[in-house]
Design a protein around this ligand. Structure first.
Ligand code: GRF
Length: 194
C-alpha cells in the first residue's frame, strides 16, 4: 500500500509513521505533502530522500475547493492508497473527504468525542479531567468526527500545564498512529487501545 502523509509543521507524527514503515509492514511512504513550504516535516522528508509536495493554501484564500483541486492534481502522480493527516492544520471540505472516504485517517490530541477542534489540552485541564490522550479516526466531512480506529490514554498529573500535557500526549501519538496504520493498511479496523 502507498501512503501519503499530510503535515503542516514539524511532522513528528509523520516521522514516527515513516520510521515504522519498514520490513514486513504492508505500507510504504509514497509522498509527504504540506500546505507550508517551511514545514520542518518537509525538510526532514527531503533529507530522507522521500517524495515531497507543497501546495500553498494562501493564494486560494477562502476558496477551499481550489486549494483541494491543486492538492488532488499534485497527489495524482503518486497514486496513494491511503492518506494520513499528521498535524495537518487545514480543514478539508466534504468534496475532498468524500473522495477519500474510507482511505483517509487523522490523529487528534484528545479522547474523542471529547474536545473536537483546537486547544484540547487546555480544555481537558479546564474541565478538571483526570484522563486524557489521543485518537486516530477515519476522516469524514465533520471535523474530528469519523469512526474511531484507536485511542491511547494517560492520567493527567497534578500541576500539568497544557504544554507539558501536549508533550506527554505527543509521545502517545507516536506509539498509537503507527500501530493503527499497520492495521488500517491490512483493512483491519479493529480499534487499537493503548
Ligand atoms: C501536535 O499538536 C499533535 O498533537 C497534533 O498535531 C500537532 C503537530 O504534530 N497531532 P506533528 O509534530 O506535526 O506531527
Amino acid at each position: 500500500k502507498k501512503v501519503a502523509i499530510f503535515v503542516s509543521g514539524g511532522g513528528s507524527n509523520m516521522r514516527a509513521l515513516v520510521s515504522d514503515m519498514s520490513g514486513d509492514h504492508p505500507a510504504r511512504p509514497a509522498v509527504i505533502v504540506s500546505n507550508n513550504a517551511n514545514a520542518g516535516g518537509i525538510a526532514w522528508a527531503k533529507e530522507q530522500g522521500l517524495q515531497t509536495v507543497v501546495v500553498d493554501h494562501r493564494p486560494h484564500g477562502a476558496d477551499r475547493a481550489a486549494f483541494e483541486a491543486e492538492l488532488t492534481a499534485a497527489l495524482a502522480p503518486h497514486a496513494p492508497d491511503i492518506i494520513c493527516l499528521a498535524g495537518f492544520m487545514r480543514k478539508l471540505t466534504a468534496g475532498f473527504t468524500d473522495m477519500w472516504r474510507g482511505k483517509m485517517i487523522n490523529i487528534h490530541p484528545s479522547l474523542l468525542p471529547k474536545y473536537k477542534g483546537l486547544h484540547t489540552h487546555a480544555r481537558a485541564l479546564e474541565a478538571g479531567d483526570t484522563a486524557h490522550g489521543c485518537t486516530v479516526h477515519e476522516v469524514t466531512a465533520a471535523l474530528d468526527d469519523g469512526p474511531i480506529l484507536g485511542q491511547a490514554s494517560l492520567r493527567i498529573h497534578e500541576g500539568d500545564t497544557a504544554e507539558v500535557l501536549a508533550e506527554r500526549v505527543l509521545v502517545l501519538e507516536h506509539k498509537l498512529y503507527p500501530a493503527v496504520l499497520r492495521r488500517f493498511a491490512e483493512n483491519d479496523r479493529t480499534p487499537v487501545i493503548l
